[in-house]
Design a protein around this ligand. Structure first.
Ligand code: ATP
Ligand code: MG
Length: 138
């Protein structure tokens, strides 16, 4: 069944000029871009997005990083989108991410790991609503 996942190309990957290559890899892997935008998250918005990690030791670093430069947010459609996208991006830590994955190719570190991917259908919908109105989805 066709469903949705949400991604962000993170600030260091946008800054490095890797957004086009990453989006190309995503499309070539069978995902359809439903919505797309480049946006600079305020600290407050980044903090809200990653609120589930509020108690983790890296939360402040994560919020600073995700608001340090523009991100590219995208809503993606494919059969089995959430799980297939997690497979395409690879492990959180690029040093253990499988060869050929986006993080293995483009991530700098466990913190600056190039892309975000939703971890469930429910979170994909919450994250999509956080970034996109219905009128921005095609
Ligand atoms: P994302 O949610 O961004 O797709 P993920 O699901 O692979 O990543 P999470 O555990 O949800 O990993 O962590 C969210 C983000 O927090 C990571 O992508 C990374 O940028 C950052 N992060 C996670 N663990 C650490 C850590 N130990 N030190 C620094 N940053 C971290
Ligand atoms: Mg996560």
């Amino acid at each position: 069944m066709s469903n949705l996942t949400f991604t962000m190309v993170k600030p260091e990957a946008v800054e490095a000029g890797n957004a086009g290559a990453i989006l190309n890899k995503i499309e070539k892997s069978g995902f359809r871009i439903v919505a797309l935008k480049k946006v600079l998250l305020t600290k407050e918005r980044a903090g809200e997005f990653y609120e589930v990690h509020k108690e983790r030791p890296f939360y402040a670093e994560l919020v600073d990083y995700m608001s340090s430069g523009p991100i590219i947010a995208a809503l993606l459609e494919k059969d089995n989108a959430v799980l297939d996208f997690r497979e395409l991006i690879g492990a959180t830590d690029p040093s253990v991410a499988a060869k050929g994955t986006i993080r293995a190719e483009f991530a700098e570190s466990k913190a600056k790991n190039a892309v975000h991917g939703s971890d469930s259908d429910d979170n994909a919908n919450i994250e999509a609503d956080f970034h996109f109105t219905n009128g921005e989805r095609f």
